[in-house]
Ligand binder design. Structure first.
Ligand code: FAD
Length: 188
């Protein structure tokens, strides 16, 4: 009995390895997100960023639309989301603005939406706080106790628990969303 359970589990892991897919957590609109699984994902991220910055530079783009195009949202504040947010911030602010001098740094925004009370919540608390302080220094907005509910092509809908424990629904206009809320089993 024990042996057959072990064999069944080994088969299950081999058949549906954790990490093979991103975890959707039942959220609607993931077709409007980027993932970090394949080379194609990386290429698509790079093109999306380039296209947004080019469109943001056009004289015909309104101020509101430019801010939306330059609003980058990372859903999930685990190691994947946090490292991506920091790298993206550096890329946008150190590399891209040199090629696109018309882009004003203060129009670029990077947001991390994290459902738990801290980012990197599976690590030591000191590490979480250090990472939060570094991101705050870079003006990356970290929204904790916040859960993404829906990703629309132009905005993210999320709920946030306030200090009184009440849940309020909020939204952020975006031109780019990364889905980094952890790993799931292989989709069939
Ligand atoms: C059983 C198990 C044991 C492991 N042991 C180890 C180990 O010992 N050492 C090691 O290095 N690695 C280990 N790993 C791997 C490690 O956990 C992962 O590689 C790592 O956590 C992946 O980081 P991530 O950022 O992709 O996802 P996660 O760490 O899962 O982070 C995703 C974050 O997204 C948040 N989130 C989820 N849904 C939403 C939403 N709708 N809106 C906003 N936020 C959301 C979650 O709260 C979470 O904090 C283990 C994994 C598993 C499954």
């Amino acid at each position: 009995m024990v042996w057959s359970n072990i064999r069944w589990k080994a088969f299950t892991f081999a058949d549906e390895p954790a990490g093979s897919t991103s975890n959707p957590h039942g959220v609607q609109g993931l077709e409007n997100c980027h993932f970090l699984k394949t080379v194609e994902d990386a290429q698509s991220i790079r093109s999306n960023i380039g296209e947004n910055v080019e469109a943001a530079c056009l004289p015909t783009t309104s101020d509101e639309e430019r801010r939306r195009l330059l609003s980058f949202v990372i859903s999930g504040g685990g190691p994947t989301g946090v490292e991506f947010a920091a790298e993206l911030f550096d890329f946008l602010n150190e590399d891209l603005v040199r090629s696109f001098p018309k882009i004003l740094r203060n129009e670029i925004s990077v947001h991390v939406i994290q459902s738990r009370g801290h980012i990197l919540n599976t690590y030591d608390e000191a590490l979480s706080k250090y990472a939060e302080a570094q991101l705050a220094h870079d003006q990356v907005e970290v929204l904790t106790n916040s859960r993404v509910k829906e990703v629309r092509p132009d905005k993210i809908i999320f709920t946030q628990k306030n200090e009184n424990g009440e849940t309020v629904t909020k939204e952020i206009p975006h031109g780019f969303c990364l889905w980094s809320t952890g790993v799931g089993k292989l989709a069939r």
